[in-house]
Design a protein around this ligand. Structure first.
Ligand SMILES: NC(=O)c1ccc[n+]([C@@H]2O[C@H](COP(=O)([O-])OP(=O)(O)OC[C@H]3O[C@@H](n4cnc5c(N)ncnc54)[C@H](OP(=O)(O)O)[C@@H]3O)[C@@H](O)[C@H]2O)c1
Length: 295
């Protein structure tokens, strides 16, 4: 029987958002502001300030900056976008000392029964969850499926042509990052509609392959688009030639080759937010300006 001491109480203090320039984090900040929450962001570089939002410059791997950012904070939205957890323990020590309510953004690709996860990106989330659980923190984990916003990585190709070339990856229930943010904010503000878990599984409404995503993009943009899967070794060479760091390239290729097919579709977004999770087609409609063809 679980006990959820961290949920159910609406808190009024400052919420610290990490990853606030990112796809999910910026949606989190916007929603917290709409709800009237006091927001502080941890940014690696100074950002333009907005009413009700304070920016503190720091780094997740720099415990002193995290300690400073945590002063007066009672809730933290935490991302760990690094490729290993080597630098995570000092952060967890700071979090344990400040004892906020903590919401960690993880991955639905974690296999709880596996000793090792399919690829380094999933492994880092599994390792991070384990570290956070061992830290006796007031923790809620939001495991997200593949974010629709990953599609933004195709926009340069789609500005210059009608073919998306890249490594293939197993079908998953692609989820709108706005739904992930809305679900996380519901948990952070205690607006969870009585749906209380220690780990939420956030998915979109349908399983999609890369080719199906590109077909939907084409249909919504009124263009004849197609996906061309590039073999892993060629994709790796191209990504390295583009100047991407080798550890990141290797992690992305491992995800492409080893990530398991998933048939997971949940209603956790709807149970938390009152709205069913959005379709990928709607995500494209709302973001179509980012995929325009250059004349
Ligand atoms: N993409 C997916 O399909 C997916 C699925 C499940 C889970 N997730 C997880 O969700 C999280 C957020 O995803 P996203 O797409 O919103 O990420 P994103 O757009 O790549 O943004 C990453 C954010 O983290 C910040 N950041 C990176 N390194 C940092 C450091 N050392 N210290 C402080 N901040 C740092 C970045 O700041 P800068 O602006 O300074 O770079 C940025 O704000 C990630 O941890 C990812 O692993 C993603």
């Amino acid at each position: 029987m679980h006990d959820f001491p961290c949920l159910g109480d609406a808190r009024a203090g400052t919420v610290l958002v990490t990853g606030a320039t990112g796809n999910v984090g910026r949606e989190i900040v916007a929603r917290l502001v709409t709800h009237g929450a006091a927001v502080r962001r941890l940014d690696r570089r100074q950002v333009e300030s907005h009413p009700g939002v304070e920016s503190v410059v720091g780094d997740l791997t720099d415990p002193a900056s995290v300690r400073e950012a945590l002063v007066g904070v009672d809730t933290v939205f935490l991302v760990w976008p690094l490729l290993d957890c080597a630098a995570a323990q000092p952060l967890i020590t700071e979090l344990a000392a400040a004892a906020p309510r903590l919401v960690y953004l993880s991955s639905t690709a974690i296999d709880d029964d596996a000793d090792r996860q399919s690829d380094p990106i999933v492994q880092v989330h599994a390792d991070m969850e384990a570290l956070l659980h061992s830290g006796e923190l007031c923790l809620t984990v939001m495991r997200s499926d593949t974010l629709a916003s990953n599609t933004r990585g195709w926009s340069a190709q789609l500005r210059s042509g009608d073919v998306v070339r890249g490594p293939n990856i197993a079908r998953t229930a692609v989820v709108d990052e706005r739904d992930v943010a809305a679900a996380a904010v519901a948990v952070m503000l205690g607006h969870h509609n009585g749906f209380v878990r220690d780990t939420y599984l956030l998915t979109g409404p349908e399983l999609l392959s890369r080719a199906e995503q590109v077909n939907i993009l084409g249909a919504e943009l009124g263009r004849d688009l197609r996906f061309e899967a590039v073999p892993a070794d060629l994709a790796r060479a191209r990504m390295l030639a583009d100047g991407r760091p080798e550890p990141l390239v290797d992690a992305l290729i491992a995800a492409s080759v080893r990530r398991h097919e998933s048939d997971l579709i949940t209603d956790h977004v709807e149970l938390l937010t009152g709205q069913p999770s959005g379709t990928f087609a709607q995500w494209v409609i709302d973001n179509r300006g980012e995929f325009g063809r250059q004349p």
